[in-house]
Design a protein around this ligand. Sequence first.
Ligand code: ARG
Length: 404
Amino acid sequence: MQQVKKVVLAYSGGVDTSVCIPYLKNEYGIAEVVTFVADLGQGDDLELVRQKALNSGATISVIGNLIDKFVEQYAFPAIRANALYGEKYPLSTALARPLIAENLVNLARELNADAVAHGCTGKGNDQVRFDLAIHALGPDLQIITPAREWKMSREEAILYGEKFGIPAPVSKKSPYSIDVNLLGRSIEAGLLEDPMQEPNEDVFDMTSSIYDAPNAPKDIEIVFQSGLPIAIDNEFLSPVDIIQKANSLAGEHGFGRIDMIEDRVVGIKSREIYEAPGLLLLIKAHKELESITLNPDVLDFKNLVEKKWGQLVYQGFWFGPLKQALDGFIDSTQSSVNGKVKIRLHKGNAIVIGRSSENNSLYREDLATYSKDDIFNHKQAEGFIYMWGMSNKIWAELNSKMNN
Ligand code: ARG
């Protein structure tokens, strides 16, 4: 391997990625460490984070405002795909990684760096997502992963940092490992490692508990155009604003918490707590609208595609050929997904109470009705059932002969 001269490091401002800066310079002999911090709506003061990187020895420290792209090109496709890994997790963390990776690669190109780096450990999914996305976009770039190689405990990492002027964290570190962006929060480790241990209320930040949620239910209406949410309660909103509004409505009513055992890419099961109120609400509403606007065979097949799409994104294949091909299928189904869905938010629930589509509804009241307006031809059912059940009837006749 060639000696790396300049590296672009994915930076969060936390202890681990801060320690990566002197570590890359001293242990890997890299002259220039450029840091990149992504604004994904996590709510940190990123100018402080940028300064911290410089104080820790970075030569250049860049903030990337990725929030609009994150929603439009990552969250919205996930809504169209009704994507839920393990039938529960809407991929709020997983979706961010390929976008960060893309920006690391672009910055490496711009600044003529020969490597990119991240601070992920060897046990999680995020390392897989970063590495696979970087391989796809910059196959010539080296990937350096200090935290996968150093054998330092957290305390040792803090001591190592202190030698290079990185202050030890002032507040006692949260006992949990938390990842946050506009779409949601992931909370792992600490007490939660016991899968039978209920999470303390203090792990949550975007959602109320069902005890604190308002007693009165709230009914809302979400409007979709071509499978994308465009308005809530008749207020037309930008993509970012619609996620924000959905987050606050669902969060206030305690909808959007997930507690699950998850199958990580690296083969271990882990206990995960998430909150992703807006994304879960929008997926639920979107799926409901599809039930009235898509043909049954398309719905049935799309279910399979959705499951695979979620797995691919979870497992790091955002930029892979199968994911792209499935995007093509999903996109082609969405032009008729227009209309609105009415939902009642109440004490941790989001209950669908109505759906309609002005121009794309496949629901026909004149066919569905049991009233005198019914136009369905009942007589035709006989011939249909004669053939529909033919093979089963033949089988049953043969069996009853053999048993007698
Ligand atoms: N298990 C989740 C996932 O794979 C959450 C990962 C959280 N990442 C973190 N660095 N804390 O998407």
